[in-house]
Design a protein around this ligand. Structure first.
Ligand SMILES: Cc1ncc(COP(=O)(O)O)c(C=O)c1O
Length: 376
């Protein structure tokens, strides 16, 4: 590697297939949210996830909001979400007027802890959003059992875990509905975009109606309730479809990338890479590296050092309950608060080479040696 080296944390793989489909969509003249690529993308995505229906949305955030609004989540309700996730999970709850209630995570999977969910349930609780973080599924078996016991609905935020599964069953099909993101750094991208998956026909039809301004199907320009424009364009769907047709190779490559990181870093004491539970298939959306005992400042110093080597990284998510709009003294999430400080995400994308991974790993090793890393 030379002084010009720059290894991004993520980048999409665009081949002739993507170019052909997008060009075709453009040439067809169907550039907005009608067109055959929308239908094809939705049908293929539903088949891939093993659900009856899939509905495209403008992005993952609007998808979560739409799912909550369709289910009837409203002011006065509470929705349980993990404290450790991307902000959109909590914001989407907030958009409905309901209150997101933050719950701690499991230290190994980094996903919401079912035991902590139970403690947070009140009379106002209506739903749980399980987030499959960084490519690892949340413990849906335990979460679904709990939800059944307390008569709650479960939704999966599957933005970061396309193709992950539990006992062979894909995420997005493991609860009432799943919501995916196709942002440019995701396993499958459509530029911007999202998808709701479900087996419930009534929910699907209502979500579709609300997504399209809630326009009456029998009386054009008559709107029978408050709707939204949360649609995806045909051009985005064309890109998404091409990517979906390549998803198996994307996931296979991510596993290989993880193996290469593991080969290089497993000998360094005090370092921990992505954990995978026995019951789960991980799709390694991002490589998670945790440095035992690191504080936020030490973690940031490592990231700065890697940046000087041309290596792009990102910090773990911050606890959402620490953000100004959600700050709440009563929230106690010790695992989230411990884990976020010591974690960074390393580059993981289709065109990343073994040579680049070796360079990233040796840069980390050298830095830790120079800084007399002695944890564990
Ligand atoms: C866990 C999680 N939820 C929701 C979203 C929101 O998706 P989008 O960026 O497509 O709105 C993201 C995307 O980054 C995410 O990582």
């Amino acid at each position: 590697m030379n002084t010009q080296t720059f290894i991004p944390i993520s980048q999409p793989s665009i081949t002739q297939l993507e170019i052909d489909y997008v060009t075709d969509a453009l040439k067809s003249g169907w550039v907005s949210s009608l067109g055959e690529y929308i239908t094809k993308f939705e049908e293929k995505f539903a088949a891939y996830c093993g659900t009856k229906y899939a509905l495209t949305t403008a992005n993952g955030t609007t998808g979560i909001h739409l799912a909550l609004a369709t289910y009837g989540i409203k002011p006065g309700d509470e929705v349980i979400v993990p404290d450790f996730t991307f902000i959109a999970t909590a914001n989407a709850v907030n958009y409905t007027g309901a209150k997101p209630v933050f719950v701690d995570i499991e230290e190994d999977t980094l996903c919401i802890n079912p035991l902590e969910i139970e403690k947070a349930i009140t009379e106002k609780t209506k739903a749980i959003i399980a987030v499959h973080l960084y490519g690892h599924p949340a413990n849906m078996t335990a979460i679904n059992q709990l939800a059944q016991q307390y008569n709650l609905i479960v939704m999966e935020d599957t933005a970061e875990a396309h193709g992950a599964s539990i006992n062979g069953q894909k995420v997005g099909s493991l609860s009432y509905c799943g919501i995916f993101s196709f942002y440019g750094n995701k396993i499958v991208t459509s530029g911007e975009g999202g998808m709701i998956t479900t087996n419930d026909e009534e929910f699907y039809q209502k979500a579709k109606h609300l997504r399209d301004h809630a326009m009456s199907s029998s009386k054009r320009y008559w709107h029978d309730e408050l709707g939204y424009n949360y649609r995806m364009t045909n051009m985005q769907a064309a890109l998404g479809l091409a990517q979906l047709e390549r998803i198996d190779e994307f996931i296979e490559k991510r596993q290989e990338i993880f193996n290469e990181y593991q080969k290089n870093l497993s000998d360094i004491p005090g370092l921990k890479l992505n954990f995978t539970a026995k019951w789960a298939t991980n799709v390694y959306w991002l490589i998670c590296l945790e440095i035992e005992g690191y504080t936020e400042i030490e973690r940031n110093n490592l990231m700065d050092a890697l940046k000087l080597k041309g290596i792009d990284t990102r910090p773990y998510f911050y606890p959402i309950s620490d953000m100004p709009m959600y700050k709440n003294e009563q929230i106690y999430t010790p695992i989230t608060h411990k884990v976020y400080q010591r974690g960074i995400n390393l580059p993981c994308y289709f065109d990343l080479t073994d040579r680049e991974i070796d360079y990233i790993c040796s840069s980390i090793g050298n830095y830790l040696e120079l800084n007399q890393f002695s944890a564990a």
